[in-house]
Design a protein. Sequence first.
Length: 632
Amino acid sequence: MLYSRPWVHAPLMFLMSLTAVVACGIDTSVFGTSGPTSGTGGMGEGGGDGTGGEGGDDRPPARAERVDLLLVIDNSRSMADKQEILALAIPSLLRSLTNPRCVDADGVISPTQPLDGLSPCPAGSERTFPPVTDLNVGVVTSSLGGRGSDACSDDAGDDRGRLVRRAPGNTGDVNTYLDLGYLAWDPLAARTPPGERNGSNLETNLRGLLLGAGQLGCGFEATMESWYRFLVDPDPYATVEVENGEALLVGTDDVLLDQRRAFLRPDSLLLIVSLSDENDCSVRDGGVFYLATQIRTPNGDAFRLPRARAACDEDPNDPCCRSCGQAPGPGCDTSEDKCEEGPLTQDEDRVNVRCWQQKRRFGLDFLQPISRYVDGLTEPVVADRNGNLVPNPIFSDLNPADEISNVRDERLVLMTSLVGVPWQNIARRDAAGDPDLLAGRDAAGEPRGAFQSAAELIANDTWDLILGEPSRYFSDEDAFPTDPHMLESTRPRTGQNPLTGDPIAPPGALVGSNAINGTEYTTNGADLQYACIFRLLSPRDCNAVGSGEGCDCAGAPDSPLCQDDAGNFSAIQRRAKAYPGLRHLELLRELGDRGVTGSICPAQLVDSSRADFGYEPFVRSLAERVAPILNR
């Protein structure tokens, strides 16, 4: 036996457990890199606005009058500050849809704007698109529990992919439409019964739903799987039961299906807005995948995953790269394997970085493939939990009894994300090539500011800067992002941002040494280096925070989050962080012009009157993207 404790040995006998996994449709010949929902890839990287007539698409333009807006909120312990900034942008976000700007014939914004969407524009101007008068808005969180592990097993750690309606501070629930979990904007009182007609109430209630998500959720952020569970999963399970070391998905979550059926109209513009400061950690459901988030053995010892075989050090994509819990691949050289040493040590397997470089470190990829989410947003059929292809709920009429019968095509599904990427990298650039959120030029040379469009990200080689080619990481040194701030690493990195020239600063340097992420810091293998940081609205004393509240400066580490302007480190957290959001970015790139990319690190939080305040650049980019669809 390779492992001394029987409980550890049994579930890690992957070859035994995988027999059941194969029955669920997962191809174990390339275990960890494919699954029942793997597809042909994405929508490509062509230009165009996604409304038809470009990129070889001969269909009529895609148009919508209704909008279903889903906010996907990371509610882990580092997210309170980012949730607060998004809450500040809620009025702009909603008004960009319900009260779009009035512009003159040259596209110049009118100095006087109407107070609401039902009021006319000033003489000589017109709206960029008709105001949305039929809007559903809901919130889901990144917390999906441990999927059978002992992590996140309480109610705070598992929102089950359902719409959340709790108010901030555990003060009850936010009032939602017919108590269905979402808000309904209905200024024309066209619904029966009518929805919300007061814009201020809509903003207040959405702010409540957002902040009510809290920061006590699961630290294994399943941001992608949470929206997939709510919108796409044909048969979301009700519970997970672990038998003989294998997680079994039991029953159907009828509550979630009822929420989906009420929220999602078949002909709406489906707009998903995701907020997360970490890379996605959407662990596969069922089988032995839950072990990726296991923390303790039944007797209380720390649970550690088995080692990867030696082939993983050279190339995680090598067929011989497997876990020591699996038999070696046919014809593979095992002479350099260290399986006899038993599981990884604590220093080698820190729980906080379990989702980092899994194939290289563990010989297995426990995460859902990106193709699952590309297919979920683009394909008419998806796989259920048994691997059977069934209609995709996003492209189905979930309520045939109502008056809506038209079904959207994929051009009416937009994925937008505020994630860990320096805003400097994705901002539009001025004539000198410098990032400029206020007057950066678009593809036509117009000074529009905000973030680059999908086509501009390609034209400017921005994807090489922030993402590279994830499928070839480690097998090709040129495949990594060219900006070292976007490299996932527990150790201090080196180099400089090729666009701005900002050099990576070593641990202990002055936080002002680097405008993007301050400095590197000493993680002791328990954390990753930051992609970007920003100054908090208000500093917080980590010695005085409440139980369970997030604070990054307890013990005064040499993190740039904890350094004052004189270079001293303390328990006062002055800045917030974000890690490289590589999986989020990979999905956005695959979606092409169906994706809108934003940075969770704002350029400034001092002057709210400026167009680069907080998440205003993202709201502007979003409004620019939806205008062709809503301009009917």
